[in-house]
Each structure stands twice: as C-alpha cells, then as structure tokens.
Design a protein around this ligand. Sequence first.
Ligand SMILES: Nc1ncnc2c1ncn2[C@@H]1O[C@H](COP(=O)(O)OP(=O)(O)OP(=O)(O)O)[C@@H](O)[C@H]1O
Ligand SMILES: [Mg+2]
Length: 313
Amino acid sequence: MADAGPAIEVKGLRKSFGNTVVLDGIDFSVAQGAVFSLLGPNGAGKTTVINILTTLLGADGGVATVNGFDVAKHGAEVRESISSTGQFAAVDHLLTGRENLVLIGKLRHVTNPARTAAALLEQFDLIEAANRRTLTYSGGMRRKLDIALGLVGDPAIIFLDEPTTGLDPESRNTTWDTIRSLADSGKSILLTTQYLEEADRLADRIAILSHGRIAAEGTPQALKSVLPHGQIELHFADVTQLAKAGQVLADRHPGRSEIALTLTVSTDGSVAQVNRLFSLLETARVEVATFAQKSPTLDDAFLQIINNHNGEA
Ligand SMILES: Nc1ncnc2c1ncn2[C@@H]1O[C@H](COP(=O)(O)OP(=O)(O)OP(=O)(O)O)[C@@H](O)[C@H]1O
Ligand SMILES: [Mg+2]
C-alpha cells in the first residue's frame, strides 16, 4: 500500500481511437475503501477507463494513479495492487472452478494456491461445484468465480466491468451481495454499469460518463435529486397539432418524434405540474390525442443532467 491518498485518482484523462474521441478530459477520485461507480450507456468509454487504469491501454493525455502509482510509469506496481474482472468472463471452461483458482494463484505467486482456492470457494459458496468443469456452471456461478479469481492475492483495489450485465435477477442479487461484502471488508472498488439501480444500490459515489466527459458526479442521493421523476408522453393526431404543442412547450425542451407524433416532457412527478402542462395546451387549443406516463430511463437521466449542466455554464 503506497500511502493514505485516494485509491484511484484520475485527472484530465484523454483517449481517442483514430478520429473518435472517447475520453475528452475526465477527472474523478475514488477514496480508499469506497465503492465508486462509473455509469454510462454502451460505448460511453467505461471499459476504456478500466483498461487505462489496469495498464492494458495507454492514455493520450492526463494523469491516472492507482494506489498512489502512476499507471503510465509504474505499471508493475499498479498491477500488484489491483484485480480486474473483465466484461467478458476470463474463466477457462475446460478447468474446474478449483483448478482455475489454483492456476491464478500460481501465476500470482501466492504462498499456498490450494489453500487460497479453498478459502475463496468457501467465501463464494462454490464448494459443491468446485470440482466440476466450469463449462457446466450457470452464468451467475461463472460470474462469481470470475470475481473470486480477481481476489486471488488479496488486492487492495478491485475493478469490476459490468459485473451483472446479462445475469438473471437472482444471479444479479447474489452478485450484488458479493460486491457489498467486498466493500464491507474494506476493498476499494471501481464498478462500471449501465444500470442506474445497480450504481444506486452499491456505490458511495457515482460518476455519469457521457460524450467523453463526466456529466455529473456525486452521491446517489445528490444525483437522484436532479433526475427527472417521470415523463409524460403526449401523442398527437397530426403534425400540425404536434408543431403547435412544440411551440407551447418549447421552454420545457420536450423530446420530439415526427414519426411517432409524440412530445416527451420531463416532470417532477407532481400532479400540479402535470395539470399545468395540460392547461397550457388547452389554453393554446392544442388537441392531445392520448398521453402516457413513463418512468425515466438512464438516457432520460443523462439528458436531464446534461441539460442542467449546460444551463449552468
Ligand atoms: N481498440 C479500439 N479501437 C477502436 N475503437 C475502440 C477501441 N476500443 C474501444 N473503442 C471505441 O471506443 C468507444 C468506447 O468503448 P468502450 O468499450 O470503452 O465503451 P463502454 O462504455 O465500455 O461500452 P459497453 O457498455 O458497450 O461495454 C466505443 O465507441 C468503441 O467503439
Ligand atoms: Mg464496456
């Protein structure tokens, strides 16, 4: 362990692939013992951040330190401080769960690979399946084994890239429990996810990655307070009505679909606000054919946060 500074510190990190700017100067910091979640849609650059921090990929600019070590200058020390569980499970399917763990133990030069494997199998409730080829494991069991593999050698900092994507709800819950108990044991964890709910449940702090930048960062509580609580989707009979409604509601920046003939307006979820919306339209003699209330998606949350962000600038 280097010092009492942050587990991970990222300043002005940049990365492009050809002409595609993926990271356009991002900053964040993960305190020791904290769970930090990087939240973003497909292609936002989450895996790219993890690849840079785990020294698989070089950055174009900026500075990143892991456990106090500069990833660009002290790769070996960084690799000794971390474990990384990739987005695509790194388990060898021809080996049993136990053999996979022993193999990694040998590669990482732990003192007693067999004992380490046994302890992790126990911790992850994989004893019964331990001597079966992982080919026969369910997706959830594989993911558990994958996380266990990352813990061989007792690293201080754990990277988890979308640990629950593709899992069924039960396996997802088990994985969440696993991550929470790792957090309780004092590990520092950087977790990426596409799911707001996952970040909300597990993370002490969340950063939202969007268009190469951190669009918002804070505690789940603070971030949720700026998210839209719901949306009203208004459906119109024709483009004339759609256009009129678009003018009436212009200052609310509705999402607009000319094809579906809909406007989508964010609300704070209050009846008063929904009432005001409809009375504005009625006063302007706009006919709404139908309407529906929608729960906010992650994309809505991003849009809202980015709009707020631009509004302040
Ligand atoms: N080696 C590469 N060469 C070219 N482009 C790349 C490479 N790696 C990533 N990219 C591009 O960088 C962008 C970010 O990719 P990245 O994998 O970091 O996103 P992500 O947030 O992890 O997405 P997902 O949620 O789908 O895993 C994408 O547009 C991707 O196509
Ligand atoms: Mg990814």
